[in-house]
Design a protein around this ligand. Structure first.
Ligand SMILES: Nc1ncnc2c1ncn2[C@@H]1O[C@H](COP(=O)(O)OP(=O)(O)OP(=O)(O)O)[C@@H](O)[C@H]1O
Ligand SMILES: [Mg+2]
Length: 306
């Protein structure tokens, strides 16, 4: 089983407007909603791609209950731990006139020490049936900053592959332990936030030398650059008109995880991730694509060794 972790999950709503003018009463043309958060989106992508998956993390209050109900409807296995605080709402406003999407994000409520402890024991229990753990996303207030480092160490010690879509101090702490994540991915803004003005090639060399096996930096529609002991690669997605690219990176993580557990090499991993990401960009909600579309886009992805 693949286990994804979503500590900062969200009840996601998408409102689609023909045009959007501030200060007016605006009636949406379409409305969509789903359970979200990076780990949940990645889990959804894994499921679409035919993998066995569960997501754990936090959910609470009315929004958490709605989110769990939606997950049940889509038969996505969740092992979310309850929090007293209400799960946040993330609202995407889609402006069809300008093709600009705006993301409105509620602040997350604080989780307690006891709630973190409860999550940790669920995680430990689920690890027994897990081949690969995916860690993704920011942390809610109250969650210790070294939690991802601890989860990485615990999973890796049990011989489980860890894939991390993390950045900043939470990621850097995972490098301090003896066991490193197998795969690390982030977008180019997160790269800057984490490594400043450092050259991507230098960071790649350093991370591969310290035990990370695959490192990927994504650049939206321009694809990604990735490295492993097989070399340095570019993966360019096919050209498409996106509906909503939010969640493309999470779908990519799901695609990577599925391909890794299927025993693919770097090219296969990059194709699976890019295909899932591109297919997700076509949909209004994160990771709501079909397996067929992802396969079509995997095939159309340009993978080049550089
Ligand atoms: N407009 C697009 N057309 C085709 N593919 C896209 C587009 N936008 C993103 N992708 C695919 O998704 C991948 C990840 O995109 P991006 O760099 O935006 O990630 P992200 O910022 O992590 O996304 P997320 O919102 O999920 O966090 C890209 O490498 C690319 O393969
Ligand atoms: Mg991302």
């Amino acid at each position: 089983m693949i286990l994804t972790v979503s500590l900062n999950s969200a009840f996601q709503k998408v409102l689609v407007f023909d045009e959007y003018t501030e200060g007016q009463v605006l009636r949406a043309r379409e409305f969509h909603q789903c359970a979200s958060g990076k780990g949940i989106n990645a889990a959804r992508a894994v499921k679409i791609l035919g993998g066995e998956v569960a997501c754990c993390g936090f959910s609470g209050g009315m929004n958490g209950a709605l989110m769990k109900d939606l997950l049940k409807q889509e038969t996505l296995r969740e092992e979310l731990s309850s929090t007293a605080t209400n799960t946040r709402v993330c609202l995407t406003v889609v402006n069809l006139k300008t093709n600009l999407n705006t993301e409105l994000i509620e602040p997350s409520g604080k989780v307690s020490g006891a709630e973190v402890k409860k999550f940790r024991s669920t995680f430990t229990k689920l690890l027994k049936k897990t081949k690969l753990v995916a860690l993704a996303g920011t942390l809610p207030p109250g969650c210790p900053e070294d939690i991802y480092a601890e989860l990485t160490a615990e999973a890796a010690k049990a011989g489980i592959t860890v894939c991390a879509d993390l950045c900043g101090p939470a990621l850097l702490r995972t490098f301090k332990g003896k066991q490193k994540p197998f795969l690390v991915k982030m977008n180019n803004h997160e790269f800057k936030e984490t490594f400043g003005e450092r050259n991507i090639k230098d960071v790649i060399t350093e991370l591969l030398a310290c035990g990370v096996k695959i490192f990927a930096v994504t650049f939206g529609k321009d694809g990604l650059v990735a490295a492993s002991e097989e070399g340095l690669f570019l993966a360019i997605p096919p050209k498409l008109t996106p509906a909503n690219t939010i969640g493309a990176g999470d779908s990519m993580l799901g695609g990577f995880c599925r391909a890794i557990t299927s025993g693919c090499g770097l090219e296969g991993i990059l194709r699976a991730g890019t295909g899932a990401a591109a297919a997700s960009a076509l949909t209004m909600l994160p990771a709501h694509f079909t397996r067929e579309k992802a396969a079509e886009y995997s095939g159309k992805t340009g993978v080049k060794k550089i």
